[in-house]
Each structure stands twice: as C-alpha cells, then as structure tokens.
Design a binder for this molecule. Structure first.
Ligand SMILES: Cc1cc2nc3c(=O)[nH]c(=O)nc-3n(C[C@H](O)[C@H](O)[C@H](O)COP(=O)(O)OP(=O)(O)OC[C@H]3O[C@@H](n4cnc5c(N)ncnc54)[C@H](O)[C@@H]3O)c2cc1C
Length: 316
C-alpha cells in the first residue's frame, strides 16, 4: 500500500546488521503517521525473529543468501512493484548505495542518499542528508513521499526496531532469479592483523593530518605510553602506512572502545560509522569546523604535531 514504509534489511553471515533494526524503528515511526505498516523485507536466509516490524516479508532463494546486485535488485524491485510502498528505506552501506540507486532507476522514483534525518510532513518526506563528507547538511523533499532513501548507520536508535512480534509472510521469488548472470563465489576476509583494534579499550586513531608514514611513530609512542592500540582512517590504510585491519569505518572495523582519541581525522560519515558508539571520543583537529567535533565529547584545535609529543612526555 502506498502508505507503508518498506525496509530492506541487510545481513552478514546470516545475521542482521545493527542498521537494519535502526531502519525498522524509523519505519514504524514514519508509517504510523501515514496509517501504514512498517514492512521489513528479508532476502535470503536470515533470522528475523527479533525484528519489531508490523510485517516481515521473507524471500528465500539460493541466489539471495549472499548479496549480488543483480539478484537482490531483481527481488527488491519485484516486491516494490507488487506492494507499492510509499517509502523504501535502505542502509547507506556499500550494498545499499548500489541497490538504492538501482531501485530508484528501475522504479522511476527519486532517491535521497546519505540521509541522517527523515520526517514525514503531511504526505511529503523531508530528508536531511550529509554532503561533502558530512561538512554540510542538505535538505531534500520527496514530493508526495514516494521514493527511496538510503540512511547513514547510527542515525536512529536501534532499540525501537527490536523485540519481535511481526507477522511473517513467505514470498515466491521472481522467476528471473534463476537467470542471473552473476553469482556469489566467496567472501574474502582481510588478513589477520598484528593487533585486533575491536578488542582494545583504548584507541589512538590517526588520519590524513598525520601527513606521512614516518610521523606515525608519534602516535605509536603516545599509544604505547597509555597502553592503547593505533587505529586509522581509510587514507592511512589506503596509502599502506598501516594494515587494512587497523582501519575504522564503513569499509573497515566497527569499534566501541572506552576511549577513542583522534588526531587529524575530519569525521567523514564513513569514518563515524565505525566509531560513533565509543564511550568517550576526544578529537584533535586544527579545523574548528571539522565534523568530528559534532560527535566528540572533548576537542582541541591544537596542532597534532605539538600535542602528541607533549602528551607522551606528560604521561611518561
Ligand atoms: C564507500 C566508502 C567507504 C569508506 N570507508 C571508509 C572507512 O571505512 N573509514 C574511513 O575512515 N573512511 C572511509 N571512507 C573515506 C571517507 O569518506 C573519508 O574520505 C575519510 O574518512 C577521510 O579521512 P581523514 O579524516 O583521515 O582525512 P581528511 O578528511 O582529509 O581529514 C584530515 C583532517 O586532518 C586535519 N589536520 C590536518 N593537519 C592537522 C594537524 N597538523 N593537526 C591536527 N589536525 C590536522 C584537517 O583539518 C582535516 O580535518 C569511505 C568512503 C567511501 C566512499
């Protein structure tokens, strides 16, 4: 019905991602305002018993157990065609960015990506999106409200989407699924690292502001002095200055240490996605407008090249 909010839930190794619960919670909130239902669509084999949607649609097919753009888009589009929801919510993950754009094209409806807030205003949907790596917020209106929205992880509380109790419907997969030209082969896990940053209660995390591989020593010395591990933003691991296993964020590790101390990290949404749940966040960045300060509990605009040696000295 064109008053329902459909959430495509995501799963990794048959387990729902946290964002799936966050989106279901938001869908309930929005659908309630339009007298519709919060409907979760689960493609492939995954346990959905904890989802607190009004309705869970399950579609089982071997080609849906692991994500492939072709099969998932075929299945998602078939459900959208049949159910005609008002709004489709998808995580703004690597998978979601792919699928959201694909669905928007096939369905012929608009997409608002990088959403961090969504409100229903009468029949319209107002979406606040983070643009330019989170430095600016942009507001977009989906006139009449029918469209796709991809949502940044951590934008809404997950608790509202948990608790179970949904009516479950099993759907018949579209025949075209048997004709997919792409198939999932295997998952390639990153190589085991020297340090497991997800286990460390204290992280000293460095970004592009560190400028060169040689300067990483400054962060390592401070980390050693306080018993922390060194983690990093993506430019550092892309440059090969630290192994990929030290990367925090969307395409890296999700961490939740007691304290996350950042030096020269701007706070792009893809980085925040991996660390925003840390108990304490402290940021050092010379740019007072850096988005990291929006979520940091404490911050300083001191130059990291002055601060790191001074902190190490002080602790020693
Ligand atoms: C699909 C996708 C997935 C991604 N996945 C990830 C991911 O998993 N993790 C991730 O981190 N990024 C990821 N990114 C990249 C992300 O968008 C950003 O480009 C990246 O996080 C920026 O890293 P940074 O903050 O180190 O660099 P920048 O954004 O360049 O910020 C450097 C900061 O250092 C500050 N600075 C400079 N000099 C100093 C100094 N002397 N002292 C103090 N501060 C200083 C600057 O003011 C600036 O704010 C992804 C992007 C995409 C599109």
């Amino acid at each position: 019905m064109a008053s329902d909010v459909l959430v495509l839930v995501e799963h990794i190794d048959s387990e729902l991602t946290d964002t799936s619960y966050e989106l279901v919670g938001k869908a309930k909130d929005l659908a309630g305002g339009w007298n519709g239902e919060a409907v979760a669509l689960a493609l492939g084999s995954v346990d959905t018993s904890e989802l607190a949607a009004d309705r869970v649609l399950k579609m089982a097919h071997p080609s849906l157990d692991n994500y492939t753009p072709e099969a998932w888009l075929e299945a998602l589009h078939a459900v959208v065609q049949e159910r005609d929801p008002k709004l489709v919510l998808i995580a703004n993950s690597t998978v979601g960015m792919d699928l959201g754009a694909g669905l928007s094209g096939r369905w012929g409806k608009p997409i608002a990506a990088y959403a961090s807030a969504i409100t229903g205003e009468d029949q319209d949907v107002v979406v606040t999106s983070q643009v330019f790596g989170g430095k600016l917020l942009a507001e977009a209106v989906i006139d009449g409200g029918q469209g796709v929205c991809t949502v940044i992880a951590g934008s809404f509380p997950g608790e509202a989407g948990k608790g179970g109790g949904a009516t479950v419907e099993d759907l018949t997969p579209p025949a075209a699924l048997g004709e997919s030209r792409t198939s999932f082969v295997t998952t390639i896990e990153p190589e085991g690292g020297d340090v497991d940053i997800t286990e460390s209660p204290l992280l000293v995390s460095i970004g592009r502001g560190i400028e060169s591989e040689d300067n990483i020593e400054l962060a390592q010395e401070f980390a050693d002095a306080i018993g922390a591990a060194v983690s990093a933003s993506r430019p550092i691991t892309d440059a090969g200055w630290l192994p990929k296993t030290r990367q925090v964020g969307k395409s890296g590790m999700k961490v939740k240490p007691k304290a996350y101390l950042t030096f020269g990290i701007s706070g792009a949404p893809e980085h925040l996605e991996g660390m925003r749940d840390s108990d304490l966040i402290v940021a050092c960045n010379i740019d007072e407008n850096a988005p990291i300060f929006d979520i940091a509990h404490f911050g300083t605009t001191t130059d990291l090249f002055d601060l790191l040696p001074a902190l190490t000295e002080k602790v020693k």
